[in-house]
Design a protein around this ligand. Structure first.
Ligand SMILES: Nc1ncnc2c1ncn2[C@@H]1O[C@H](COP(=O)(O)OP(=O)(O)OP(=O)(O)O)[C@@H](O)[C@H]1O
Length: 337
C-alpha cells in the first residue's frame, strides 16, 4: 500500500543542514496498522509528513497505492492526497464551526453535492459515535470527542490510508483506549491502512501489527510488534519495551543472585510450564524462578519469565541453546559465573 524508498529529508537551519529523515526505506501493507516509535527528534513527524508530501522529501520516492507521489504535478497530487487522511495530536478543528460543519467542510472541499455531503456527514458522525453532538462546537467537547471529530473529518473523502500524528498523546489513558478501539474498528470495517507515530509503546502494543523504531532519522529496527516485544535486538527498542512491560527485577534481588540470570519469552503459558520443567529435569543445573508474568500483545499471550541458572558454564550454554529453540526469545541479563 505504501512504499518508502531511500527517503531523505533535510532541513536548512542556521547551524547547517539537519537530516530529519536519513535514508529510510520501508513498506506498509494494505490494511495493516503500522506504528513508528522513537524519542523526540528521532524523525517520526518528518517521515509521516513525507508520506502525504506535506513535506517534500529532499530525495527518495513515496509510493501510495502504486503511485509515486514525488513525481506528481500539483493537481494530480491534490487528487492523490484525498486518499490519505490525517489526524493530529491537537485536533486542529475550526472553533467557529459546529461538529457537523467541521466534517461538512472537508466534504465540500472535495466537490460533493450538498445533499450527498449532508448524508455522508451523518454517516461519519454515526461511525465515530458522535451523532448527538452534531450541533455542538469544539469548545463544548472533551479531548476524546474532539479527536473523534478529527477522525470523521479525516475519513470524509473515503481515504485508503490514515496517518495519525501522536493522535492520542493529548488524551488521558481511558480516552486513549477508546480512540484506539475506534481506530481499530475503522481499520477492520473499512480495510483502512493506518500509519501512526507515537512515543507511547502502550499504543503500539494495543493496536499495531508491525512497528519501526527510529533514531537520528534512521529506522534502526522493524518487525512485527509481537516479535519485537519478544526479541528486541536494539538497545533503544529494549528501552521502549521495558518501559511498557515494566519487567525489571529489583537491583537488590539481582545482587543476591550468583548464577546466570536469563529472561525467556514464550508464546503463552502452557509452553512455558513444560519447557521450564524440561530444563530443570533434563540438564545438570539448578534453576530458580525469580519472576514470571503473561503480557498480552494484541490479545496474543506473551509469557515473560526470569530465571537464575546455577551450574557449569558449559551446561548453562546448553540450556540457553535449548531454550533459544523452544522459546520465542531468550536473553542473558547478567552473567556472574
Ligand atoms: N521544519 C524544520 N526545520 C528545521 N529542522 C527541523 C524541522 N522539522 C524537524 N526538524 C528537525 O528534524 C529532526 C527530526 O524532527 P521530527 O520532528 O521529525 O522528530 P520527531 O521524532 O517527530 O520528534 P517530536 O516527537 O518531538 O516531534 C529534529 O532534529 C528536528 O529538530
Amino acid at each position: 500500500m505504501i512504499a518508502v524508498k531511500n527517503v531523505i529529508k533535510e532541513y536548512k537551519t542556521k547551524k547547517g543542514l539537519i537530516k530529519g529523515v536519513d535514508n529510510v526505506s520501508l513498506e506498509v501493507e494494505k490494511g495493516e496498522i503500522f506504528g513508528i516509535v522513537g524519542y523526540s527528534g528521532a524523525g517520526k513527524s518528518s517521515l509521516l509528513r513525507c508520506l502525504n508530501l506535506m513535506e517534500k522529501p529532499t530525495s527518495g520516492e513515496i509510493y501510495v497505492d502504486g503511485v509515486n507521489l514525488v513525481s506528481l504535478k500539483a493537481s494530480k497530487l491534490r487528487e492523490a492526497r484525498q486518499k490519505i487522511g490525517m489526524i493530529f495530536q491537537h485536533f486542529y478543528l475550526a472553533s467557529s464551526k459546529t461538529v457537523f460543519d467541521n466534517v461538512f467542510f472537508a466534504l465540500k472541499a472535495a466537490g460533493k453535492s450538498k445533499a450527498e455531503s449532508e448524508k455522508k456527514v451523518l454517516e461519519l458522525l454515526d461511525l465515530v459515535g458522535l451523532s448527538d453532538k452534531a450541533q455542538h462546537y469544539p469548545s463544548q467537547l472533551s479531548g476524546g470527542q474532539k479527536q473523534r471529530v478529527g477522525i470523521a473529518r479525516a475519513l470524509a473523502n473515503d481515504p485508503k490510508v490514515l496517518l495519525c500524528d501522536e493522535a492520542t498523546s493529548a488524551l488521558d489513558p481511558s480516552t486513549t483506549q477508546s480512540i484506539l478501539k475506534l481506530l481499530k474498528s475503522i481499520n477492520e470495517k473499512l480495510g483502512l491502512t493506518i500509519v501512526l507515530i507515537t512515543h507511547e509503546m502502550e499504543v503500539v502494543k494495543e493496536i499495531c501489527d508491525r512497528m519501526a523504531v527510529m533514531e537520528n532519522g534512521k529506522v534502526i529496527e522493524l518487525g512485527s510488534v509481537y516479535q519485537l516485544f519478544a526479541k528486541p535486538k536494539e538497545k533503544l527498542t529494549k528501552e521502549f519495551i521495558d518501559g511498557v512491560m515494566q519487567f525489571k527485577l529489583p537491583q537488590t534481588l539481582m545482587n543476591t543472585c550468583l548464577g546466570t540470570i536469563i529472561k525467556i519469552h514464550f508464546q503463552g503459558e502452557v509452553a512455558l510450564e513444560s519447557v521450564v520443567s524440561d530444563v530443570l529435569k533434563g540438564f545438570d543445573i539448578k534453576g530458580n524462578i525469580l519472576h514470571g508474568k503473561i503480557e498480552y500483545i494484541k490479545e496474543v499471550p506473551l509469557g515473560v519469565f526470569i530465571m537464575e541458572l546455577i551450574g557449569d558454564q558449559e551446561e548453562i550454554d546448553k540450556v540457553i541453546s535449548y531454550l533459544d529453540e523452544k522459546a520465542v526469545g531468550v536473553e542473558v541479563i547478567t552473567n556472574d559465573n
